[in-house]
Design a protein around this ligand. Sequence first.
Ligand SMILES: *[C@@H]1O[C@H](CO)[C@@H](O)[C@H](O)[C@H]1NC(C)=O
Ligand SMILES: *[C@@H]1O[C@H](CO)[C@@H](O)[C@H](O)[C@H]1NC(C)=O
Length: 190
Amino acid sequence: MQTLQAMLILLTASCASSLLIDYRLANRVTTLEDQVKGLLDARNLRSGFLAQFSEFNVTTGSGHYKFDQVVFNDGNDYDSATGVYTAPCTGIYLISAKIFIAPLPKTRPVFDIRLDATNQGKVSTTILDRISFGMSAINETGPASASTTVTVRLEAGNRLWVESMNVYSLKGKFRTFFSGVLLSADIVID
Ligand SMILES: *[C@@H]1O[C@H](CO)[C@@H](O)[C@H](O)[C@H]1NC(C)=O
Ligand SMILES: *[C@@H]1O[C@H](CO)[C@@H](O)[C@H](O)[C@H]1NC(C)=O
């Protein structure tokens, strides 16, 4: 009788502990599944674009440059109607722009890649990078080009575009472009 009771106690205890192990195991499997999903999501995220002006002779205004000829737009994050690229996720990006100007103006031409970041509900615009032409070229009349490439950490929803304060005569097609690519997305595990 005593033995049977002892066995029963033992059985109950082992059953409870195996239930606990099952529960812990299920939890760990769920966590692992979430981690794998986060890894795959980050790995499968693709975003990149290259946009140019379709016209050969372009007279720019001030404000956003609207590169209307979209060579590729993986993820559709570049909007040719506004000229704005919106980062689809938080991660490291490579951003690049090239300007071909002809003729060179008398004053140093300056072009900015600008970044709109929302911080605690407030939008602030900063200069991510600037293309400026060297002074030695200023008194030349011929065409000149300059470019920049920058790696940057962007938050999801950050907006980027190219702009200048003044009106310039640029050359379109491959000579002037705005481009970007997502190098690596942050892994989000929820
Ligand atoms: C572009 O402008 C140049 C210089 O003004 C001119 O010679 C040329 O014909 C123009 N090209 C086109 C395609 O309009
Ligand atoms: C450019 O030309 C102006 C006169 O037209 C001259 O005063 C100036 O020194 C020149 N600048 C350079 C960098 O050669």
